[in-house]
Design a binder for this molecule. Structure first.
Ligand SMILES: [Zn+2]
Length: 284
């Protein structure tokens, strides 16, 4: 478990490196912002044209700052991976999903950023703001390294504010998707195998933590969980179960999906996964 929190030391938060991410849970409920929706195609889009600087007020230190946000009305959804990761033309949306206060180091996913209780503000101030060392960004876009740093801080904040398992699991899932995006970019650039393997290992590690966290959330929390209805969550869990060799769990979850009333799209994906598992079983 320490693995995914490795590297916090360079941000001044080394004391959090050995924390158990899903050890404690304190559910909190608040409102949220809608997720981006895909729109019309544009020819050869530039990442910098698909983002803008948005002003936020930090709920922890009360100061104003800007963060780069994806223009949800300008992007075109190209495809969705098996584990529901969206892929847009010209931009990796994961890079722009974390809001980070450049003054105090408080970071969270856009949806949860404004919703901190006063008790959580204190925890963040005591455990993050007092020791965090932030990097200054000057690039017109967020690089993968910068985005990974933002996710790491968001995970550290979620940990110290005792966020729900679903919030921590979603940060892990999106971190894994971020590494996958980086991997795709590195593969296209012809990076050497060693570097690719290390990023692939990071993706896997975060994905496994997302799997564990969402399993806990499914037991303890009410839907929607991390913005997902129960069928979508079960499908995601089935995918992750399959990825981590827990085929019995995957089959059980798929069975549940196939007998509920839900979209045919998700049922088709579930059937496809079931066929894959069955075919593999046969070939053994
Ligand atoms: Zn702040």
């Amino acid at each position: 478990m320490a693995g995914i929190l490795d590297g916090l030391k360079s941000l001044g938060l080394g004391n959090l490196e050995n924390s158990d991410l899903f050890a404690e849970d304190e559910p909190k409920k608040e409102s949220a912002v809608e997720r981006p929706v895909a729109k019309k195609a544009v020819n050869k889009v530039k990442e910098s044209d698909l983002i803008f600087d948005k002003e936020f007020k930090c709920p922890v230190c009360d100061k104003k700052f800007t963060a780069k946000i994806m223009k949800s009305g300008r992007v075109r959804l190209v495809s969705t991976d098996d584990d529901l990761r969206p892929k847009y033309d010209g931009i990796d949306s994961q890079k722009y999903d974390i809001i980070l206060c450049e003054h105090c180091g408080y970071a969270a996913l856009g949806k949860s950023f404004p919703t901190v209780l006063s008790s959580q503000v204190k925890l963040i101030k005591d455990n993050i703001c007092s020791s965090v060392k932030l990097t200054k960004y000057v690039d017109p876009i967020y690089t993968y390294e910068q985005a990974a740093e933002r996710y790491k801080l968001a995970l550290a904040c979620a940990l110290v504010k005792k966020a729900k398992s679903s919030e921590k699991a979603l940060i892990c899932l999106k971190s894994a998707w971020l590494f996958r995006g980086q991997l795709e970019e590195m593969e296209a650039a012809g990076e050497d195998k060693k570097k690719l393997d290390s990023i692939r290992a990071r993706e896997n590690e975060y994905l496994e933590n997302a799997y564990k966290g969402f399993l806990v959330a499914r037991e303890k929390e009410n839907t929607p969980i991390a913005g997902m209805d129960s069928v979508t969550l079960d499908y995601l869990l089935a995918r992750l179960a399959y990825r981590f060799g827990d085929n019995d769990c995957a089959i059980k979850l798929i069975g549940g999906i196939l007998v509920t009333t839900c979209s045919e799209r998700i049922k088709d994906r579930a059937r496809e996964l079931k066929d894959t598992i069955m075919a593999e079983k046969k070939n053994k």
